[in-house]
Design a binder for this molecule. Structure first.
Ligand code: SAH
Length: 409
């Protein structure tokens, strides 16, 4: 491959024929076509170009972005009737995506997801808003040759003072070598000197948009944080795997007596302290005792003698790949058993999972098993899946699930 950026080919369209089973999967709207499902191509495809998929009767089936180096060879943009993918089509798609967020947030929430990848029709592409800062994150190299085009669309339809580019780790070498694009690079506007400040339901947070995990904050847990606020009054709260203390500041605003942030990362805990400082205008936050513990949470919760009235357990993904699924289910059961053990009478467990390879049923059952084996009386308050700005349109996209249990003995 040359070092020059590869432009989507203007010559003959890339045409693919695929296996019968892949045909029905694509027809049903699934956004991924794997390389081993392709049995015929008219020519080699280039990164980011449009690939048109035809069925056995030579009828148009779908069109998507081609990636010659990924096992997900095509990421669908559209399936069904034939379409022309031109500037007007992209504009319409963006307008449609933004319209899905209309009315979701009022002025007290300035941090949320504008585009959520496949499930919004933008496979492998995310845009988050943090007040006037926009963050574009790419999880597939197929968008790299199209960045200028995307940039034009964003400038036209989304207001913002700056746009940061974030790249998933696996595409960073290619992005640098072939496209001179780097993780944390500004696409427009000036680089922020400090973390950017935004708000969620009136709670102020900082986000490290240049280097932080995901795009700088876990925006997907917003509605669970708000729920925790309503449950926290008078309680001693443990926020295990706290990151920057998102759940904790809400708990404090909800009247928690004390909040303990537990994370292995000193960087995350420093951010949690600053997030508490940002919200001292709320008298309940100012009155709440806040402590941070830097430790391996799995070890700490096993050893501590402390008791809590509300435990939030939201670990990082415990199954990074499908083969880790069973081990992850056991690990969820074990870590939640330990969390339950720390709960005082009438204590509440808020257990989360962000592993796409573990289904919500498998996760909820693992937590319920832990609760049953504890021998304590408990009731299930609720289960929560994806929030509206993080839609999950197909099975592999369903990563987020949270279950709330209350232990009455
Ligand atoms: N609940 C958070 C997001 C959690 S992300 C929120 O709503 O914002 C997972 C966090 O777990 C990260 O901050 C990471 O530093 C931390 N982590 C990973 N492994 C850990 C371990 N073994 N012990 C404690 N924290 C850990």
């Amino acid at each position: 491959m040359s070092d020059a950026p590869v432009k989507p080919s203007a010559g003959t369209r890339l045409r693919l024929r695929i296996t019968a089973s892949a045909e029905s999967i694509v027809r049903s709207g699934h956004p991924w076509l794997f390389s081993d499902s392709i049995h015929e191509t008219n020519r080699p495809g280039q990164l980011g170009e449009l690939a048109v998929i035809y069925d056995r009767k030579d009828k148009f089936l779908a069109v998507g972005l081609f990636d010659p180096d990924s096992p997900i060879r095509v990421r669908m943009l559209h399936a069904g009737k034939p379409v022309t993918i031109d500037t007007a089509w992209w504009q319409a798609r963006l307008v449609q995506t933004l319209a899905r967020r209309a009315g979701l947030f009022d002025a007290t929430t300035t941090g949320y997801r504008l585009i959520h990848g496949e499930s919004d029709g933008w496979p492998g592409l995310v845009i988050d808003r943090y007040d006037t800062t926009l963050v574009l994150k790419l999880y597939t190299a197929a968008w790299l040759p199209r960045l200028d085009e995307i940039l034009g669309l964003i400038k036209e339809k989304i207001s913002g003072e700056r746009l940061v580019l974030r790249l998933s780790r696996n595409i960073q070498p290619l992005a640098e070598k072939q496209f001179r694009r780097r993780d944390g690079q500004m696409l427009f506007g000036t680089a922020p000197i400090n973390p950017v400040i935004f708000s969620e339901h009136g709670v102020r947070f900082e986000a490290d948009v240049l280097r932080g995990q995901k795009t700088g904050f876990f925006l997907d847990q917003r509605e669970n944080r708000r729920e925790v606020e309503t449950l926290a009054k008078g309680r001693r709260v443990l926020n295990a795997f706290s990151f920057s203390g998102g759940f904790s500041v809400y708990a404090a605003r909800g009247g928690a007596k004390s909040v303990t942030d537990l994370d292995i990362s000193a960087h995350a805990l420093d951010s949690a302290k600053r997030n508490f400082a940002l919200n001292q205008n709320f008298s309940a936050v100012a009155a709440c005792r806040h402590e941070t513990v830097q430790a391996d949470a799995f070890e700490w919760i096993e050893k501590t003698a402390a008791k809590f009235d509300l435990v939030v357990l939201d670990p990082p993904s415990l199954a990074k790949r499908a083969t880790e699924r069973e081990g992850a289910i056991r690990a969820y059961e074990r870590v939640n058993a330990l969390g339950i053990h720390l709960l005082a009478r009438d204590g509440i467990l808020v257990a989360g999972s962000c592993s796409a390879h573990v289904s919500s049923a498998e996760f909820f059952d693992a937590v319920r098993r832990a609760a049953m084996k504890s021998g304590r009386k408990f009731s299930e308050l609720k289960t929560v899946l994806h929030p509206a700005d993080h839609p999950a349109g197909f099975k592999e996209a369903e990563y987020l699930k949270v279950i709330y249990l209350k232990f009455t003995t």
